[in-house]
Design a protein around this ligand. Structure first.
Ligand code: SAH
Length: 354
C-alpha cells in the first residue's frame, strides 16, 4: 500500500481518510492540529494519540519536514532566504520578510516554472515538478519554527506559477487559513499569477477575500507577447476581462505588477497607454524596478524615471506604489529565485577541501 501525505489533505479529506482506516472521526482534527499548527516533525510527538495508532500512522502515512540546506540574511533589510531540501532531493526557495505590520513569508509552488517569462530566473531551467500542498505548507512552518513572532502574511510569489498548480495551491490556502492551521486570514494572503485566465475565473468562483496580483509588465499585447509567452494564449483583453469578473465576484481590488525595464516598457507613452487600459478597473499598480537576472541582460529603470512613470499614472487617477526592495543583496528579490543547489553544493565542496 502506498503511503499517504497527510499534509496534502484538508481536514475534511482527512476525516474521510481516518474513517476509511477504521479510526474515529475526531482523530482527524487531532492529527491536523499536530501537523498544521504545532508542526511536529514525527508522528511520535502526537502525544494525545494512542501509541499503537502513532505506530500505524508511521507505516501508512508521512508528513513533511523540510531540511534547511542554506540560509542567507540580508544585512540591509533583515530578509531571510531559505533553501529547503525536499524528499526527492529537489530543493526550493522561501523568503521571510520583516515589515512594520508583521512577518510575511513568500512561498514557492513549483520547482522551476514552465511559463518562460523572459525576465525571470525561476523559469531558466523549465519546470521540474509541482510542489504538493504539504510541501508548500511546510515552507511556512519551517520558517515559523525559527521565529518567535507569529507569521501574519503569506505571499504566493516564490518560484513557480501557483495557478499552474491550482489544486495544491488551493489546499495549501485552505489549511493555512483554517483554525486547525496557522489561522492566517485570506485578507493577509496574496496570490500572484502571470495570467492563467480559466484558473483566475475558477478562483473568482470561490469568492475568497484574498488579494489577486497579476503580473502585467506591459501596456499592450505587442510588448507583453515578447516577454510573457502566456500572453499569446490569454491576451490582455481576455486577461483584463477576467480581472473585472474577479472583482465583480469577490469585491476585491486586483493588484497589477509592472516591472520597469529600461527602454522597454518605461517610456512616457507606455505609462499613458497603461493608464488608459486600467483607468476603469478597480485596481492598484505596483511598480517594480526590474531585478537583475544576469543571463537576461535586462537593465532597470533609474529612480527618477520610475518616479516620472508613477506621476503619470497618478495624474490619471490610478493608485500606485513602488515596491520596496527586500532582498536584492541575497538574490531573494522578485524573479531571482532559482534552485541554487548545484552552486551550493560546489560551495560546500570547496569549503571541505580547504
Ligand atoms: N508566477 C507568478 C508568481 C511568481 S513571480 C507570477 O508570474 O506572478 C512573482 C513576481 O515577480 C511576478 O510579478 C513576476 O513577474 C515578478 N518578477 C519576475 N522576475 C522579475 C524580475 N527580474 N524583476 C522584478 N520582478 C520580477
Amino acid at each position: 500500500m502506498e503511503s499517504i501525505g497527510l499534509m496534502d489533505l484538508t481536514l475534511q479529506q482527512m476525516e474521510e481518510w481516518v474513517l476509511q482506516q477504521g479510526m474515529p472521526k475526531f482523530r482527524a482534527k487531532q492529527i491536523a492540529e499536530w501537523l498544521f499548527q504545532k508542526g511536529v516533525a514525527s508522528f511520535d510527538h502526537m502525544t494525545n494519540l494512542p501509541l499503537d495508532l502513532r505506530k500505524k500512522l508511521q507505516l501508512i502515512a508521512y508528513l513533511e519536514d523540510l531540511q534547511v540546506l542554506k540560509k542567507q540574511v540580508s544585512e540591509q533589510t533583515g530578509t531571510v532566504k531559505y533553501l529547503f531540501k525536499l524528499k526527492d532531493g529537489q530543493a526550493v526557495e522561501t523568503v521571510l520578510m520583516k515589515h512594520s505590520y508583521g512577518l510575511s513569508v513568500c512561498v514557492s509552488t513549483q520547482v522551476g516554472c514552465r511559463m518562460s517569462c523572459k525576465f525571470c530566473a525561476s523559469t531558466l531551467s523549465g519546470l521540474v515538478r509541482n510542489l504538493t500542498a504539504g510541501e508548500i505548507y511546510a515552507q511556512v512552518l519551517s520558517v515559523q519554527k525559527e521565529h518567535v513572532t507569529r507569521i501574519s502574511h503569506i505571499v504566493i510569489m516564490g518560484s513557480g506559477e501557483p495557478l499552474d498548480n491550482y489544486d495544491h495551491t488551493i489546499t495549501f490556502m485552505t489549511n493555512i487559513n483554517a483554525p486547525y492551521g496557522l489561522n492566517i486570514g485570506y485578507r493577509h494572503i496574496t496570490l500572484s499569477t502571470c495570467g492563467l485566465v480559466p484558473e483566475i475565473l475558477a478562483l473568482a468562483e470561490k469568492k475568497l477575500p484574498l488579494t489577486l496580483a497579476v503580473s502585467l509588465h506591459a501596456p499592450n499585447d505587442r510588448l507583453r507577447d515578447s516577454i510573457l509567452p502566456i500572453n499569446k494564449k490569454y491576451p490582455l483583453r481576455e486577461l483584463l476581462k477576467a480581472c473585472r469578473d474577479y472583482t465583480k465576484m469577490t469585491g476585491r481590488r486586483v493588484s497589477f505588477e509592472y516591472a520597469l525595464i529600461d527602454g522597454f516598457n518605461d517610456m512616457t507613452e507606455c505609462a499613458k497607454e497603461l493608464a488608459d487600459m486600467l483607468k476603469k478597473l478597480f485596481c492598484h499598480i505596483n511598480l517594480i524596478p526590474v531585478n537583475p537576472v544576469p543571463e537576461r541582460g535586462l537593465l532597470r529603470t533609474p529612480p527618477q524615471r520610475v518616479q516620472r512613470f508613477k506621476d503619470i499614472l497618478e495624474k490619471e487617477g490610478l493608485t500606485v506604489t513602488v515596491r520596496r526592495e527586500m532582498g536584492t543583496d541575497i538574490d531573494a528579490a522578485c524573479g531571482q529565485l532559482r534552485q541554487r543547489v548545484l552552486d551550493w553544493q560546489k560551495e560546500v565542496f570547496k569549503g571541505e577541501k580547504n
